[in-house]
Design a protein around this ligand. Structure first.
Ligand SMILES: Cc1cc2nc3c(=O)[nH]c(=O)nc-3n(C[C@H](O)[C@H](O)[C@H](O)COP(=O)(O)O)c2cc1C
Length: 479
């Protein structure tokens, strides 16, 4: 869960308690440089950097971004370079190092398995990011938000230290030129190269058709699937268009958006169900349908160990306990064009007033889309950047309406938001639709719970749930 919601602390706790702990791989370069500018108070980042196999490279990130004692609150963060088709060496190094750090810390002190999650839509940093995660021994790579055909082949090539040629998706490209990002790891990493195990690859999908296509046409072996329902947190797959339906009608999910689990089970690869499955009963149902297990997001995202700022977590949890929390699928706000689940909270980007008050700016650029500029060149644009810039790059006004800067918003949610001239970026908060787990992991009115409480609840025998919950609610409150 990005950005840095499932960070190394949460994944470490989950992995050391017998489950697959997954860190978010989104925007880790910015996460690293900002944590270093906050002074790395617990020393974890510097500890991980000291284990990076190429010390000079790790040292360069420290030299450029570490601020002993931390920057002052009103000072702006210095930025990592923006990603481009040809990545600058300084960014490439940061990506490798940052992904190494996150996975290293998630794996530290136990032998449980750790995965990392990337978004297909964020194409430019993915290949060096994956290499960094593999250097730290990541066991599973999970990719969604798009159709990740190329990723299994990338994992194969990197595990042999071979050159990767990554075909980029480029808009406004009527002549179908191909734009390739080439990455030869041996250009950057010299000396004795460590052996790299090929991680398992799980494609995050929402349809059985896509699962079959991935198995047939992906660039390498697909080890399994996460089958995500549209009630899940974060981005969701768009609803399928119904033939003959009114094109102006608001988008809506229906029966056709539910994958056929029998078809997926028949493929014969392990799969996990995601979205509104956080209960022992749902876990049992998932297994009965042939799934290996479930992937749970929301219940962990608001647990003590996640990266979301404590004050935001507690506000959300109190609203949920009071019955006032509003989660909605926003079909328009994400620059990716995918639906995005938002929690409606004052002072966050979901609130119209806060949105209107924010001056548009694009300085992180993860969600910029590439567009063709001649045979070998591409441009970069984001519908949430200042409108005039987007229009000058051939974008349409219609595309810009209501678009939110998720890059800055999501970093603010985990306490890494930018401040410019005394103005701080507002956060944006996402969750899934299903909060039924909450009374099972908290006591009375208390809203504090840990990832272990979630695991303990999910792994209870089905019949045991009711009894131990009533005992839990009798226990004294720990305010
Ligand atoms: C705060 C939050 C952030 C998320 N971010 C991502 C993400 O970056 N990439 C992704 O593939 N899924 C993301 N998800 C989806 C989860 O990985 C998971 O599939 C989903 O939350 C499961 O449904 P549940 O929330 O009902 O448990 C996110 C979910 C939440 C709650």
């Amino acid at each position: 869960m990005g950005v840095a919601v499932s960070d190394w602390r949460l994944a470490n706790m989950v992995a050391r308690n017998g489950q697959l702990g997954v860190v978010s791989g989104t925007a880790l370069d910015s996460v690293l440089v900002r944590r270093l500018q906050l002074g790395d108070p617990c020393g974890a980042i510097r500890r991980a950097l000291s284990e990076f196999p190429w010390p000079d490279m790790a040292q360069r990130s420290l030299d450029t971004f570490f601020v002993p004692g931390g920057k002052s609150a009103d000072e702006s963060f210095k930025l990592a370079p923006l990603a481009r088709m040809r990545l600058r060496t300084s960014l490439l190094e940061l990506l490798v190092v940052a992904n190494f750090v996150e996975v290293f810390l998630a794996k530290e002190g136990h032998s449980g398995p750790v995965g990392i999650n990337y978004l297909e839509k964020i194409q430019l940093p993915n290949v060096p990011s994956i290499l960094g995660a593999m250097l730290a021994g990541v066991e599973v790579v999970l990719v969604g938000a798009g159709i990740p055909m190329a990723i299994p082949g990338v994992l194969d090539s990197l595990s042999h230290w071979e050159t990767v040629e990554f075909n980029l998706g480029v808009e406004q490209n009527p002549d179908r030129h191909s734009y390739v990002q080439r990455f030869d790891p041996r250009e950057y990493f010299t000396g004795e190269l460590p052996e790299l195990a090929r991680p398992n690859f799980l494609a995050i999908i929402a349809s059985d058709t896509l699962a079959k296509t991935m198995v047939k046409r992906a660039s390498g072996y697909v080890n399994g699937f996460v089958v995500e329902h549209h009630s899940a947190g974060g981005h969701n797959a768009p609803p399928r268009r119904v033939r003959g339906a009114d094109p102006d009608a608001p988008p809506r999910y229906g029966e056709r958006d539910l994958p056929d689990l029998e078809v997926i089970a028949d493929i014969g690869r392990p799969f996990w169900l995601a979205g509104s499955n956080a209960s022992p009963e749902k876990l049992a149902e998932a297994r009965a349908a042939g799934a290996h297990g479930i992937q749970v997001g929301t219940a962990f995202a608001f647990s003590r160990e996640s990266g979301i700022l404590a004050e935001i977590k507690h506000r959300v949890l109190r609203e949920q306990k009071d019955g006032t929390l509003k989660v909605r699928t926003d079909f328009n706000s994400s620059p990716t064009g995918f639906p995005f689940k938002v929690i409606e909270l004052d002072g966050t980007v979901s609130d119209e007033e806060t949105y209107a008050a924010r001056e548009r700016m694009c300085d992180l650029g993860y969600l910029r889309r590439l567009y063709a500029k001649g045979e070998s060149n591409v441009g970069y644009r984001c519908p949430s950047e200042p409108e005039r810039n987007f229009l000058a790059k051939g974008g349409t006004m219609e595309d810009t309406i209501g678009k939110r800067c998720l890059c800055n918003g999501l970093l603010a949610t985990v306490g890494l938001g930018q401040t410019r001239d005394g103005v701080s970026e507002p956060p944006v908060v996402t969750s899934g639709d299903d909060w039924a787990f909450l009374p099972h992991v908290t006591r009375g009115d208390d809203v504090d719970y840990g990832a272990v409480d979630v695991i303990e609840y999910l792994t209870r025998p089905v019949g045991a749930a009711a009894e131990s919950d009533s005992l839990r609610n009798l226990a004294p409150r720990s305010v």
